[in-house]
Design a protein around this ligand. Structure first.
Ligand SMILES: Nc1ncnc2c1ncn2[C@@H]1O[C@H](COP(=O)(O)OP(=O)(O)OP(=O)(O)O)[C@@H](O)[C@H]1O
Ligand SMILES: [Mg+2]
Length: 241
């Protein structure tokens, strides 16, 4: 059902998106009428204070949740109008997720964790190819507990990219990492953006990481405050920590 992807240059077009959790006195207005365009193939960094609605927006764009009202389009397809089954298929075919705390299966090796995805994807990479892309081909038979935080995060990235996602969403991917491993993870994300052509959206608290983005979205109080397009960009190795 998702066709004509090469015809358009906008990955996401969001208009007047609102998200209200709960009802009445307890209602939380997490998104207050967000308008945002995300061009295809860009590396986008989303910055903002805790509680400002960043994860809420990511989850709606990634088809894990739905807005309360407003318009969300992926390549001109209306996510709000999709049935649950269509949303699941959209996620499976197009979306990769990376979270702060890796979410690997502890009883499975690195390769087996990646295979969880490649077994259901339509045009997956070989699991070893995905692990090679994140520089971990030599660790494919190791279990998560035998790996450092940065290595576990790179396995999580390998798992997310093995389906060759159109879009890669990362929610605080370096939040639990030191500068050296954090930079290694940023290099991998930039590499995925350049080599696979995936649109990459990274939520972070680290304002310095904005320097490597094509586009920086500043979020506050459930809405976009400012969008900055970087004329010049830093490499992941130049990012201050
Ligand atoms: N499932 C939920 N039920 C009720 N309120 C929620 C739920 N999820 C998020 N919220 C609220 O919505 C608002 C936005 O939350 P969100 O997680 O999107 O913020 P965030 O910008 O990602 O914050 P952080 O940087 O701390 O991760 C917050 O006030 C939060 O408490
Ligand atoms: Mg969050």
């Amino acid at each position: 059902m998702i066709q004509g992807m090469a015809m358009t240059e906008t990955a996401y077009s969001v208009q007047k998106l609102r998200k209200i959790y709960g009802e009445g006195e307890a209602a939380v207005h997490a998104l207050r009428g967000v308008d945002l365009d995300i061009p295809k193939g860009e590396f986008v960094v989303l910055l903002g204070p805790s509680g400002s609605g960043k994860s809420t927006l990511l989850n709606i764009l990634g088809g894990l949740d739905r807005g309360t009202d407003g318009d969300v389009r992926f390549m001109q397809h209306d996510l709000a109008a999709m049935s649950d089954a269509e949303l699941t298929r959209y996620r499976r075919d197009h979306v990769g997720f990376v979270f702060q705390f890796y979410n690997l299966m502890p009883s499975l090796t690195a390769r087996e964790n990646v295979e969880l995805v490649t077994e259901i994807a339509s045009d997956p990479m070989d699991p070893d190819e995905a692990l090679d892309l994140v520089g971990l081909d030599h660790r494919s038979d190791h279990f998560p507990a035998q790996m450092s935080g940065g290595e576990q995060q790179r396995v999580a990235i390998a798992r997310a990219i093995a389906k060759r996602p159109t879009v890669l969403f990362c929610d605080e991917p370096t939040g639990a990492l030191d500068s050296t491993t954090g930079r290694a993870v940023l290099r991998v994300l930039k590499d995925v953006n350049e080599r696979l052509g995936s649109t990459v959206l990274v939520v972070t608290h680290a304002a310095s990481q904005a320097a490597m983005a094509d586009r920086v979205v500043h979020f506050a109080d459930g809405d976009v405050r400012e969008v900055i397009v970087n004329e010049t960009k830093s490499t992941p190795d130049e990012i201050e920590w």
